[in-house]
Design a protein around this ligand. Structure first.
Ligand SMILES: *Cc1c(COP(=O)(O)O)cnc(C)c1O
Length: 375
């Protein structure tokens, strides 16, 4: 029996610190936008190597508010990938803009630079091209997207870049943190993320003071001073309790990411010669392995066979966003993004978290190997 993830192991290791941080909040009696949120905003922004950070309700809200702050609206188009969690596209749709998908690179599962450039070139007329306002790259599974090429294309086509770093806390591209390349970068603190809270939470980072101010307004009723509202913002705040807990966990993030990287290596060694495709780490990149995703032509029977042995696996994600019912109206069809669709049929996420034991890795690895041999 190997669980897909077991958050109680992390909790046990830092129980006292978590409980005393929580107690501190209760004792202060302040639960919304107090010292904990401000301190965490400073600490996580510094960790990411940027000037400003704004705590929000969730990763989805972070993406949505970032797009809003950037002025994305109805009639605009924003480029992203169909091989992501649906929230990457939902955030775009919520602004009234239209998501435009491009295919992915089969090695990193991130946006394919050639496909991106192809789409931008195809939009020949100035008018149509003008509808595309931004690129929203996703650092999927913890592997940073090709940020150099993306930033270069964005400059050439005058597009904003807003990064979905919800799976990439601490990941680096050429020594620079994922999320810190674009005009804004967005994070989720959903409990299973590399940095996860004890409930929902999210974050937006930026170096731009104007955007920082706008994000702060947008997450709290557009309130400039008490009961003075200068724009129509909603309620999307990070709680004090979450911030206090995240401050404790941030101190462990690098250590946990190192454990993820070590364990990914152990998996790769154990799976050598099995025939399944293992995750790669491109040169100059620091992969933080939010997930450990393998690929097999016989994915469905492999998953069933592992389940029989008590090994939990998941698929991230089984239906690409352009084929989701919710996005029927965009007019995409099966076959539009061949690499994305092929990967959706073959990918499998193995049990993975920093506290996974060597014994568990060996057990999962050997089960996968035996399945592959037994064909
Ligand atoms: C988790 C996640 C989100 C959404 O974050 P929530 O905090 O769950 O709203 C967005 N994009 C990606 C790639 C994610 O993994």
């Amino acid at each position: 029996m190997v669980p897909f993830i077991d958050l109680t192991r992390q909790y046990k290791a830092i129980e006292e610190e978590i409980l005393s941080a929580t107690r501190r909040v209760f004792e202060k009696g302040r639960f919304i936008l107090g010292e904990e949120v401000s301190a965490f905003e400073e600490e996580f922004a510094r960790y990411c190597g940027v000037r400003y950070g704004v705590g929000v309700n969730s990763g989805t809200d972070g993406l949505y508010l970032a797009l809003k702050a950037a002025g994305i609206k109805q009639g605009d188009e924003v480029i992203t990938v169909a091989n992501s969690f649906v929230a990457s596209a939902i955030a775009i749709s919520f602004t009234g803009a239209r998501p435009l998908f491009v295919d992915i690179d089969p090695e990193t599962y991130n946006i394919d630079l050639n496909a991106l450039e192809g789409l931008l070139k195809k939009r020949r007329t100035k008018e149509r091209r003008g509808m595309i306002k931004a690129i929203l790259p996703v650092h999927l599974y913890g592997h940073p997207a090709e940020m150099e090429g993306i930033m270069d294309l964005a400059r050439r086509y005058h597009l904003l870049v807003i990064e979905d770093a919800c799976q990439a806390h601490g990941a680096e591209f050429r020594g620079k943190k994922a999320g810190s390349f674009g005009v804004m970068g967005c994070f989720s603190f959903y409990p299973t993320k590399n940095l996860g809270g004890s409930g929902d939470g999210g974050f937006v980072i930026t170096d731009d003071h104007k955007l920082y101010e706008k994000l702060r307004l947008l997450r709290c009723y557009g309130e400039k001073k008490k009961y003075r509202h200068i724009l129509q913002g909603g309620n999307s705040r990070l709680d004090e309790i979450q911030a206090a807990i995240l401050r404790v966990k941030l101190r462990y993030l690098d250590q946990w990411n190192e454990q993820r990287r070590k364990k990914a290596l152990l998996y790769k060694k154990r799976l050598e010669g099995s025939g399944v495709i293992c995750p790669v780490e491109k040169d100059g990149v620091r992969h933080v392995y939010h997930l450990f995703v393998i690929r097999s032509k016989r994915r469905n029977s492999l998953q069933a066979s592992l389940k029989e042995k008590g090994i939990e696996t998941l698929i991230h994600y089984p239906i690409p966003i352009h084929l989701q019912e919710a996005y029927n109206d965009l007019g995409y069809r099966r076959g539009d993004f061949p690499v994305t669709e092929k990967c959706a049929r073959e990918i499998l996420s193995l049990p993975f978290f920093p506290e996974l034991s060597q014994r568990e890795i060996d057990e999962v690895g050997d089960r996968v190997k035996n399945f592959c041999k037994g064909r």
